[in-house]
Design a protein around this ligand. Sequence first.
Ligand code: C2E
Ligand code: MG
Ligand code: MG
Length: 601
Amino acid sequence: MNGQLGCILIVDDAPTNLFVLSKLLTSAGYEVIQSSGGLEAIALAQSHQPTLILLDIMMPNMDGYEVCRRLRSMPETAHIPVIFLSALDAPFDKIQAFHSGAADYVTKPFQTEEVMARVHLQIELRLARKRQEQINVELEKRVDERTQLLELAHSQMVDLAQSDRLTRLPNRPSFLRRLGKVMAQSQTDPRVSFAVLFLDCDRFKRINDSLGYRIGDQLLKGIARRLSTFEQKHAEVDMVARFGGDEFGILLLDIADKTDVVDFTEKVSRILSRPFLLAGHHIFSTISIGMVWGDRSYVSAEHLLRDADVAMYQAKARMHRKYCWFEPGMHHLAVKLLNLETGMRLALQRREFELHYQPIIDLERMKIVGFEALVRWQHPVEGLILPNEFIPFAEETGFIVELGAQILEMACTHVADWERAGVVDDELTISVNIAPEQLLQPSILNHVQHCLDSTGICAQRLRLELTERSLIGDHELVDDILQALKQQNIRLSIDDFGTGYSALGYLHQLPVDCLKVDRLFVKSITDDPGSLGIVPLIISMAKTMNMEVVAEGIENITQLDQLRKLGCQYGQGYLFHKAVAADRVADLLSAPISSWLGESD
Ligand code: C2E
Ligand code: MG
Ligand code: MG
């Protein structure tokens, strides 16, 4: 118990006082130290740090006032409360005592109760002050911690405000800010050259819809990662950002000329066209890219980005080489494209889409063995619109599903008409192009069967031309659909073979009857045997797998001769005939091929 309440230093030159006070305080539970002189008291206060000092005023050598002043002047003792004990009782003495820094004053001869009461009070005050100090320290600590948390939250918020949550890439506002700075620099320094690429993932909606948002998100992250790696390897890439959805932007800085930008764009397309392996699926994504050259005439970053967006829209409308420079006339076109979907829907109702038929020839017998149905849009104002101008959009928006259904119905109806008119023999088949989106529709099997039943044509008449894009993605699903179509006795071809990503190892497992060699490969064929490229390979591969081969785009006799020599069985192309309207099919079938070879208009 002794000393637990605190330590009290008693300073008095009268030994009796020291003795009495010491006894009193010790028995009250205080630890006591004693001193009979001022200098010694100061030293003890410094070394022992008492809780309280009882200090006599009248002492030889140094009086209590001086001792108190000195204690107050030293930081290690300034806070220790001092109660003066003195026989001096005039108000002046008391005032002087308080001036010198006393906390309280007790007159001698003292009442023990009064001494104890004042001592307790001071000790409690001191303890309360200590507690308060502790609380303050604690509070300050908490405030510090809170401040740190707030600062952290603030920096995270700034971070979030500037970057995209999913990919951690800078977001559109950050990109615009940075672009604005670069534009300002280029205004004052003509050496600053820059360009902006606007990227958009083709058919992203389809991936999201068919495989789910999680895979869609993973694809976006995958794209972001590849673009970031690209950024690290190319000093010219100043910033890669995600604008939201499936849109990304790249800012290129210090580039020599437009050719450099095109080189970059092609590289970006290449790295993004490699498949992404996501949750066991190989996902292929093609990207459409709009390009804008940093022109000093732009007044705002928003305008520049808007033009890059417009150019991207144009690129999207292309079948191949899906990148495009912005050109001033494009705004008008962009509006046109925006209206395209509405226009297409109306056209479907008004039955403005029609099918033209291009003959497919048996190259050995020089006989028409089939027709490929190719859609055209007979627009009331614009005239005849070719599929390259609207099919990519129809695929992008999903409209192709309805359009494709109408096309299949029309083709079957035409064949039924020709059968009734007696112009077609049993051998003749009709090839209908099926877009990937259309193939994956759950209703596809029923719809095909419905078309056959309602027109009364037999399944062997029908060939479906699938693009290589249809075969990537979910292999099992595609395989199931193809097997079911096969069971319906429908023949299947792979269109534009060699331009896509068909995994050759997977090809032989598919129930496909025919490969159509893309006209790109046929085009390069000349008299020179070295010009044959991969055509011989495709033909011999098809034969090994028991598939037929159709060469597309035969335009001259040389190509025809070479293809025949290679053993290619079938062909189509302008050399024979362009696609004709349905009512001209009978004419083509009735005359020998030699009579119209090369005459098509
Ligand atoms: P595709 O299925 O490969 O059709 C062949 C394209 O090559 C046709 O173009 C045809 O007119 C053209 N062509 C044929 N012979 C020659 C030739 O000797 N030289 C040249 N330069 N071209 C030739 P078209 O009709 O403009 O169709 C383009 C593409 O649009 C088609 O390529 C196909 O992918 C798509 N398409 C056409 N009709 C439909 C359709 O009904 N549904 C779907 N989903 N896509 C279609
Ligand atoms: Mg085709
Ligand atoms: Mg083709």
